[in-house]
Design a protein around this ligand. Structure first.
Ligand code: HEC
Ligand code: HEC
Ligand code: HEC
Ligand code: HEC
Ligand code: HEC
Ligand code: HEC
Length: 367
């Protein structure tokens, strides 16, 4: 029996209502978690045995930490950031840090909702339909919808103000990448998507797959990791892939062509890393009217600097340069190096290069 409480708690509506008010009354320091504090709202009804598996895994996930917990400017302590960076902001809709004296990270209650008990699979807070910041809707995200509510670019590329502000995609554009939208697409270029766009339950199917034998609590399930840099070498949870790709020993699948034009057909991830370098170099060479410089993803903006280290004014940055910079960070910040959506990642980088340089990536297989 999966849930030993199922019988004893049948018809627990009254308890459900009462428990709602217990939500998040957990007292915990910023980054310190007593097991007690994290499990409290759930353990008012559920047994320890039911909760301990997910808890032990979750403890090994980055969701147990607040980003930059010790920094007074941590996103857990800024009004505009708490909607994703604290459980209270996400689960209870609190928008002011003043209402969140003890910010908690992505705890059980962030993703699971007591109100949704019995309504949707795994009783996740958000299920099925989700709209991304650029108003693109994913109708069938399944349990992955709850991930996508936080793991998105935070930018609306359909709003022309983005060119004025020179916004950068947030460090988490995975939902946009998986869907194949939300980047600054080059006019006239035709973009395609990987079959991964249609995977049932999206993120959850790969990131919460059963762990490989021997790698329990290291990858898979509530660690949310598909890979881990364990002390004895990297572990890749190929259980995330084998349901569909019969022969997968590692994520680094051979690419169908030489996307970066280095005259060798490597794996998808290495081709995408190579292409990121090609685009980066092409941008850097053209900064400051061809004098050269650097660019960075800084405080939510793509910032271009000349060789003298001074910021170039946004209005002096050619549009093609900004587009290439945005798309570079879109692919980089996605962090899967092309696995989430190979076609979209490769095409974004190749089209950004062509738009900037006036010619396709030299020697490359163009998608
Ligand atoms: C008010 C009591 C109550 C609280 C609080 C509660 N649950 Fe539940 N939960 C239940 C009951 C009752 C069931 C089984 C009945 C059912 O399937 O609807 C259940 C079932 C579940 C299931 C499905 C298990 C299965 O095998 O199908 C999950 C997952 C779950 N709860 C997670 C949580 C999490 C996580 C929390 C804390 C955020 C939580 N619950 C808090 C009462 C509660
Ligand atoms: C980041 C989101 C997220 C967080 C945080 C999270 N869960 Fe889950 N949980 C899920 C999703 C999604 C599923 C469905 C997994 C699947 O379908 O394979 C799930 C499934 C479950 C289940 C069903 C049985 C199982 O193991 O698959 C239980 C029980 C559960 N969670 C308890 C917890 C507890 C306890 C915590 C806190 C320690 C927690 N969850 C934290 C997203 C989350
Ligand atoms: C409430 C917002 C929120 C939700 C919901 C959420 N995440 Fe996260 N996730 C974060 C934040 C914030 C971080 C960064 C945590 C850190 O670095 O301390 C993160 C980190 C991660 C990481 C680790 C990245 C790394 O660099 O190691 C993975 C993988 C991940 N999330 C996957 C998921 C999946 C899968 C789901 C859905 C089941 C999910 N997340 C739901 C906010 C969220
Ligand atoms: C829409 C949800 C959302 C909002 C709002 C949000 N973040 Fe994040 N942020 C995330 C997620 C998800 C991650 C984890 C990304 C990953 O690990 O891939 C993250 C990661 C980060 C990181 C870790 C570095 C990185 O880029 O991976 C920093 C720093 C950060 N956010 C700062 C902020 C600040 C500052 C704000 C407010 C101005 C903010 N965030 C608002 C979702 C959000
Ligand atoms: C087809 C399976 C698959 C799907 C679907 C998927 N991912 Fe991934 N994800 C991966 C792989 C593989 C990597 C690369 C891991 C590596 O190179 O070690 C990755 C990397 C990541 C990372 C960076 C992790 C790190 O350790 O740096 C985050 C965060 C992430 N994915 C979140 C998500 C979210 C959120 C979704 C849903 C919008 C999603 N993923 C959908 C397979 C998947
Ligand atoms: C739900 C099924 C499903 C899952 C799970 C899945 N894939 Fe795929 N993937 C496909 C299908 C179907 C294709 C398109 C046909 C092909 O290329 O084999 C594809 C395509 C790809 C491509 C793109 C090749 C290209 O050039 O377009 C890569 C890379 C890839 N998968 C890697 C992975 C990895 C790594 C995992 C596990 C982390 C994974 N996939 C999990 C179904 C899946």
């Amino acid at each position: 029996m999966k849930n030993p409480l199922r019988l004893s708690l049948a018809g627990g509506i009254a308890i459900l209502v009462a428990a709602g008010s217990l939500l998040l009354h957990a007292e915990a320091g910023a980054a310190e978690f007593a097991r007690e504090a994290v499990l409290k709202p759930c353990s008012t009804c559920h047994s320890d045995r039911f909760l301990s598996g997910p808890y032990e895994e979750w403890k090994n996930s980055t969701h147990k930490d607040l980003v930059n917990a010790d920094d007074p400017r941590s996103p857990a302590r800024r009004d505009v950031c708490v909607s994703c960076h604290t459980a209270q902001g996400f689960a209870e809709g609190k928008t002011k840090t003043a209402e969140i004296p003890n910010p908690l990270p992505q705890t059980c209650v962030a993703c699971h909702s007591i109100e949704n008990h019995g309504k949707v699979p795994a009783y996740v807070r958000l299920y099925g339909r989700i709209t991304l910041p650029d108003k693109v809707t994913i109708a069938n995200a399944g349990t992955g919808a709850v991930c996508m509510a936080c793991h998105n670019s935070r930018r609306d590329v359909t709003d022309d103000d983005i060119y004025k502000d020179q916004g950068a995609p947030h460090g988490s554009p995975q939902a946009d990448m998986l869907k194949g939208s939300g980047a600054l697409e080059v006019a006239g270029y035709r973009y395609a998507n990987s079959v991964h766009t249609t995977i049932e339950n999206g993120c959850v199917t790969c990131h919460m797959a059963q762990p490989l034998a021997g790698a329990e609590k290291v990858v898979g399930s509530h660690t949310f990791k598909v890979s881990s840099k364990a002390p004895n070498g990297e572990i890749q949870n190929t259980n995330a892939c084998v349901g569909c790709h019969r022969k997968v020993e590692a994520f680094n699948r051979p690419a169908v062509g030489d996307f970066d034009g280095d005259k060798a057909i490597e794996s998808v991830q290495d081709e995408v890393k190579g292409l990121l370098e090609v685009v980066k170099k092409a941008v850097e060479e053209r900064i400051d009217g061809g004098k050269g410089g650097t660019f960075a993803d800084s405080h939510g903006k793509v910032v271009f600097k000349g060789k003298d280290g001074k910021n170039i004014k946004p209005e002096s940055v050619p549009k093609a340069q900004y587009i290439a910079g945005y798309n570079y960070f879109f692919v980089l910040n996605d962090k899967s190096n092309g696995i989430h959506n190979t076609s979209y990642a490769v095409q974004l980088l190749q089209s950004s290069y062509q738009n900037l340089a006036g010619k396709p990536v030299p020697n490359a297989y163009i998608r």
